[in-house]
Design a protein around this ligand. Structure first.
Ligand code: CP3
Length: 354
């Protein structure tokens, strides 16, 4: 593959010197962009968008055409893996994802398949290959998957949830069954990420959106343990470069040290954690990604710049910071506001890299 012209993201994730702090945005391809809504309309459904490599590629590149972002993230969804393991997946307009046949018993867990990512998830690998070709070395491509715990919550509840009655019920009442499911998921996710790396993903990230629901005594056992296994199983070189791995647990501020000891290269933090504290706690071990409150994008430009300045100052001098929001960009954001943020990160970060 050709030369990577902007490698700030990969360098910052490995804490190597950079000229400016790299920035990308979780959910950067999404409903806040009118061109995304147009492509999605044309596709007819979100799942068609995910499963058609040409459309997934088109949508992946849309935010890069508007903003000077330092990375592309593959357009897909974390729920492709449970679908490939045999669970019927639906996305209902305005309601989000659902699994009409949720997992509730040992027989349900044993009935899950072990997908070959180049077969059942071939459409994802084809999208990765296509995006790499279209990017042609402009910026690196980030691949991703959901953490086993986060996938389990959707598979057991049957969709998004507010009480996590069935997931936590299984965790407390049948911990061995829960561990069996998490093991199966860790194997599938590891194979899936390795296939993404072989197809061309230059960095990978685990989204542990619901790890923060876990109790202090349970997080390591039910979420971090399985992310650590995945990290250990990844093939972390491609194109003669290291493939950095980022772990992001939303609401995971209590466990930054443990996350940094998982073998990952970077830890993503949400906005409830102070960036300076995070650096003092783990910055000598791993890079840090984050962490502006996504709602800061509802403020006027001057206030957005102040907020960006605050996050950059919190991290301080030197490499090892990847600027991002603390969670995904919301659908109601005006794209012009994101342009202000991206420009501010590049303009205001230069003095921190001298
Ligand atoms: O970051 C990116 O631009 C890449 C694309 C991406 C999507 N989903 C596209 C998407 C990524 C990285 C994800 C991950 C994902 N999916 C997570 C973890 C990240 C997070 O936000 O915490 C989770 C929990 C999911 C599951 C999921 N997918 C939910 C709960 C929903 C419905 C809620 C919503 O925002 O609509 C989705 C749908 C989804 N995934 C959309 C997009 C752009 C919106 C679909 C649409 O209506 O067009």
């Amino acid at each position: 593959m050709g030369e990577l012209r902007n490698d700030r993201l990969l360098r910052a994730l490995l804490r190597e010197p950079v000229d400016r702090t790299p920035v990308w945005i979780m959910r950067q391809a999404g409903r806040y962009l009118p061109e995304y809504r147009e492509t999605r309309q044309r596709a007819g459904s979100f799942l068609t968008l995910c499963s058609t490599p040409e459309l997934a590629c088109e949508v992946t590149l849309q935010p890069l055409a508007r903003f000077p972002l330092d990375a592309a993230i593959l357009f897909s969804d974390i729920l492709t893996v449970p679908a490939a393991m045999g669970m019927e997946l639906k996305f209902t307009e305005g309601e989000g994802p659902s699994f009409p046949g949720p997992l509730r018993s040992a027989a349900d867990v044993e009935g899950l398949g072990s997908p070959d990512p180049e077969v059942e998830l071939r459409y994802v690998m084809d999208a990765v290959r296509l995006v790499r070709r279209e990017l042609d070395g402009a910026v690196p491509l980030i691949g991703f998957a959901g953490s086993p715990w986060t996938l389990a919550t959707y598979m057991i509840e049957g969709g998004s949830s507010s009480h996590y009655r069935f997931t936590k019920g299984m965790m407390f009442a049948e911990p061995r069954l829960m561990h069996r499911l998490l093991e199966r998921l860790a194997d599938s996710v590891c194979a899936y990420l390795n296939a993404q790396i072989r197809a061309g993903a230059q960095a990978v990230m685990l989204f542990d959106t619901w790890g923060g629901l876990l109790g202090a005594r349970d997080y390591e056992d039910f979420s971090l343990q399985y992310m650590t296994r995945i990290v250990a199983g990844l093939e972390r070189r491609a194109d003669e470069r290291q493939v950095p791995v980022t772990l992001f647990t939303k609401g995971g501020g209590a466990w930054l040290e443990q996350m940094a000891d998982s073998g990952c290269d970077a830890v993503g933090i949400d906005w409830t954690v102070d960036m300076g504290d995070a650096r003092r706690r783990i910055g000598h071990k791993v890079a840090i990604q984050g962490n502006l409150d996504p709602c800061a994008l509802y403020a006027p430009p001057e206030r957005i710049r102040e907020e960006v300045a605050g996050v950059l100052a919190g991290y301080g001098m030197g490499s090892g910071h990847v600027f991002n929001l603390g969670h995904g960009i919301q659908p109601f954001v005006d794209p012009a506001q994101l342009a202000v943020l991206v420009d501010a990160v590049h303009a205001l970060s230069e003095p921190y890299h001298q």
